[in-house]
Design a protein around this ligand. Sequence first.
Ligand SMILES: *[C@@H]1O[C@H](CO)[C@@H](O)[C@H](O)[C@H]1NC(C)=O
Ligand SMILES: *[C@@H]1O[C@H](CO)[C@@H](O)[C@H](O)[C@H]1NC(C)=O
Ligand SMILES: *[C@@H]1O[C@H](CO)[C@@H](O)[C@H](O)[C@H]1NC(C)=O
Ligand SMILES: *[C@@H]1O[C@H](CO)[C@@H](O)[C@H](O)[C@H]1NC(C)=O
Ligand SMILES: *[C@@H]1O[C@H](CO)[C@@H](O)[C@H](O)[C@H]1NC(C)=O
Ligand SMILES: *[C@@H]1O[C@H](CO)[C@@H](O)[C@H](O)[C@H]1NC(C)=O
Ligand SMILES: *[C@@H]1O[C@H](CO)[C@@H](O)[C@H](O)[C@H]1NC(C)=O
Ligand SMILES: *[C@@H]1O[C@H](CO)[C@@H](O)[C@H](O)[C@H]1NC(C)=O
Ligand SMILES: *[C@@H]1O[C@H](CO)[C@@H](O)[C@H](O)[C@H]1NC(C)=O
Ligand SMILES: *[C@@H]1O[C@H](CO)[C@@H](O)[C@H](O)[C@H]1NC(C)=O
Ligand SMILES: *[C@@H]1O[C@H](CO)[C@@H](O)[C@H](O)[C@H]1NC(C)=O
Length: 857
Amino acid sequence: MKYLLVFGIILSSCGYISTNILTIDDDNTVIIYAGELRLEINKKPWQLNIYDNNTQQLIITEEDGRSQKLGFGKWVGDYIDLYMGYLFRIGVMEYEYYATDVLSINQTPTDVTLVVDTDDPKHRHIIATFTAAKDRQLSFSFTVDPPLDSNRVNWGFKIQEEDEGFYGFGERFNGVNQRGEKLGCWTEDGSFGWGKFDPHIRFPGGKTSTYVPMPLFISSRKYGFQLDTFYRSEFDSKTVRDVMHIVTETSSFNATLFAGNTVRETFQMMINKNGRSLVPPQWAFGPWNQVSSEIAGENETARARQMLFDQDIPFSVVVDTVHFFPDGEDKQKHEAELLRNQQLLELGVPSTAYYNPMVTTTFNETYGYADKMGYFTKTTDGKSYQYDYLAAHLFHVSQVDFTNPNATAWYTQHFQLALDLQYKGWMYDYGEYTPHNSINSLGQTGLESHNQYPLLYQKACFDYLTQNKTQDDIYAPDYLFYVRSGYLGSQNHTWAHWTGDPSSDWTDSSGLPAQLLASLSIGISGMPFSGSDIGGFEWYTGASADEELWVRWTQLGCFSGYMHEQGGGKGAGRKTHIFDWKNGTILWRKFAKLRTQLIPYIYTQAHIAHYEGLPLMQHHLLNFDDKTALKYPHQYMFGESILVAPVTKPGVNQLDVYIPSGEDWIDVSSKLIYDEVDGRFRISQNNIIPGGKLITMAAPLDTVPILVRAGTILTVSDPKVQTLRHANHPNITSIDKCSVYHIWAWPDSNNNGFGRDWQGNFFNISNTRSSQGKIGITIESAVTSGNYTQVVGQIAINPPGVPGMVQYADGTNLTLLNSWQEVVTWGSSNVYFYSVTTRILWLSIPNGHLFVDVFYS
Ligand SMILES: *[C@@H]1O[C@H](CO)[C@@H](O)[C@H](O)[C@H]1NC(C)=O
Ligand SMILES: *[C@@H]1O[C@H](CO)[C@@H](O)[C@H](O)[C@H]1NC(C)=O
Ligand SMILES: *[C@@H]1O[C@H](CO)[C@@H](O)[C@H](O)[C@H]1NC(C)=O
Ligand SMILES: *[C@@H]1O[C@H](CO)[C@@H](O)[C@H](O)[C@H]1NC(C)=O
Ligand SMILES: *[C@@H]1O[C@H](CO)[C@@H](O)[C@H](O)[C@H]1NC(C)=O
Ligand SMILES: *[C@@H]1O[C@H](CO)[C@@H](O)[C@H](O)[C@H]1NC(C)=O
Ligand SMILES: *[C@@H]1O[C@H](CO)[C@@H](O)[C@H](O)[C@H]1NC(C)=O
Ligand SMILES: *[C@@H]1O[C@H](CO)[C@@H](O)[C@H](O)[C@H]1NC(C)=O
Ligand SMILES: *[C@@H]1O[C@H](CO)[C@@H](O)[C@H](O)[C@H]1NC(C)=O
Ligand SMILES: *[C@@H]1O[C@H](CO)[C@@H](O)[C@H](O)[C@H]1NC(C)=O
Ligand SMILES: *[C@@H]1O[C@H](CO)[C@@H](O)[C@H](O)[C@H]1NC(C)=O
């Protein structure tokens, strides 16, 4: 309903031409088309190639006689139950057989099936089925027939380019490009601390482990690939050089190949298949604080009031984490929680509780009931499977079996209690523990269901919270539930993800830089809203609290899916907060102000995320056809216009930033002025720099390097905004109470600029229609939605322009004032000021459809 024209174009581009399979069976080649994709199979000996039928370029090729070839086998070995949910094992391949030749071909209107002979002495075949799902999208499946005791199917291809990269695989902390790595897809918990297997890795399963694996990637050669499976899988481009070897740990292999003409097109095809997120509530994008651990149990409302009234620190979410599950920690606190949540809501600050899918055996009646009703995942002899997990305490638990609809209904009933207590959501933790030898209500073992568990767990909450929503409403309900675990398609049933429990340090393995890579990886894999605990969470290394780390992490958080401060340094006696330092507090306020002012821009990006799947934090592969840009994984686009290069190392004062080619850029941060009195940001003109080079940017502790694409107009909220959810309290300025709208504009070298927001408001800058022979710029403002009565613009003026006369299209003059302060405090519109030092034109104009001409003197 609020949705607009501007995005309409995007929507219509989602349609695909339907396509038919066409098989040409000449003497020795089977040819199958998926629209413009051409698959060729050599019948004897078996060999598979995929081409772009337009360009005749080879996309994928098996190479004969090498390990990438289609085959199957049997693994034998032992599982070691070191921790529940992990899959440590020792074993070997007992046999491996490979495809030899095609025996027969059967074609139906929708697919082509080949019976493929193998070198198996037992004469098992591989049934290969190809389906042209869409134009340039081909699904295929390989099944061992009969499977007997086989438990591996492998396939693979030769990597075509020396520097071809593979991006995605869900959330990964070790990198975004996984070329040269061997990756397993098995959801795991990273919270077990250091030193179990590798002294530098938080995950016992090693540096490539993750809470959210996804068996998919996008190649720098523009195609995408995914396995359609919940079984454990492996992608190995490490063992054999120039080969991508892919294994599913069962007797079949289902996959889809996407061959968009661009990376964006491929990404869209994958999103269309895997699902997309709803637009989260706007307030979720404001700063979150865990005030309870900061003040150690004192009155949280009082702390919230102090932040809002005394310190003028904007914030929008209280992270509370009272555990409804696994142990009913909420009991006996209900009255106080309700009172507190009501008091916070009056201030415009919702709070979130905590749930996970487990029930402790000491949560007596609750555990006993669910156990009796058979709601838990079971052991092979039909008892509730119990295991331990270590959080704040050692818990002995069973996990709810979400394949049992009765169990799901029972579990989700427990959400109403939190909602009745006026919680507006919860951390939705864990989901990675399904033991390999457990059994669910469908009779599946953990080997089959482990990776699906987080999806079902998430869907249970999604369905509950969206029960009152109408089908075509693109907005998530007014709740925030944020998840840690996940798998292929999690984005379809969630609207927030965080990267689990980082360590409070600078390490590439588990610290600040790793969290950035995790958010970029999961973003390019399809989950658009991701952020990390500012300051980290675990503290196994014994490092002392480090103000610089907290400040740099705050800056990353400011430009993340969520700006999430929750008290780091667990295990150090007391949690550490940015507010533990005087300067930390000052700098938190600065970036909380920046985040809150950028909300119109950010929330617009959230709508784009819904429609196009594009994450808030976009790896350069999604935006630039520039191989050099891919070599800088610690910088990214935050939405469509802002390039961020957060500082991820200590002791940094300046940073080399690569500005991608094909665009012009403007360094915003080195000349951004922050006014500590009212928290306002003022921009300055800076040179327009052509992309395609490395530049050195200032990065003192109070600065995060950011650039915008030349021609950007950012939509910005007023510095007075304190919170993003309506506050009944008359002295709190929630965003809905603000009638002033701001724009920050940097026209490009042709003096063009464009900006928009999710409400359909838009802004345009172009060369002045200079009938009178005057030169200058025309600013078009069309603010037609929202409660705005005034637009304040900060417009960067390109040299050599100097505004001499500023007037409306009808020729009436705007009034020239003496300072920008006068412009912002004037209280009415039709005024301007030009700052010679910053080269910024300040304008205050009424909303609505209007033109302002700026003639240069
Ligand atoms: C594939 O390409 C060939 C050669 O350009 C062309 O003749 C043929 O029509 C194409 N096939 C399909 C299905 O697009
Ligand atoms: C592939 O799909 C078939 C049919 O849906 C299914 O039985 C099989 O388990 C799938 N294989 C994998 C590895 O998920
Ligand atoms: C995403 O979820 C919606 C609502 O539950 C469902 O209708 C749709 O089929 C899902 N899409 C995918 C690709 O799973
Ligand atoms: C917090 O303290 C204030 C007084 O400082 C009191 O009015 C308020 O009710 C308290 N809130 C809670 C939840 O106890
Ligand atoms: C469960 O029962 C045990 C033993 O009676 C008791 O110590 C414990 O407090 C109970 N726990 C809860 C959550 O009621
Ligand atoms: C769910 O409950 C219904 C009614 O109590 C029962 O008939 C059904 O068998 C239960 N389903 C499962 C999977 O336990
Ligand atoms: C759905 O609406 C009902 C009736 O208004 C309300 O009681 C319930 O809390 C709502 N549920 C959710 C999850 O919003
Ligand atoms: C705090 O900030 C002030 C002013 O920028 C600076 O002089 C001082 O060194 C900082 N203190 C610490 C502990 O970083
Ligand atoms: C709002 O602020 C005014 C002026 O400081 C004060 O008199 C009034 O009591 C405040 N209102 C509330 C509800 O706190
Ligand atoms: C405009 O103001 C009304 C009344 O205060 C409020 O209900 C509404 O949410 C506001 N609209 C926006 C877009 O903030
Ligand atoms: C607008 O300002 C210009 C320059 O100061 C002046 O020449 C012109 O007469 C003014 N126009 C009107 C309509 O006042």
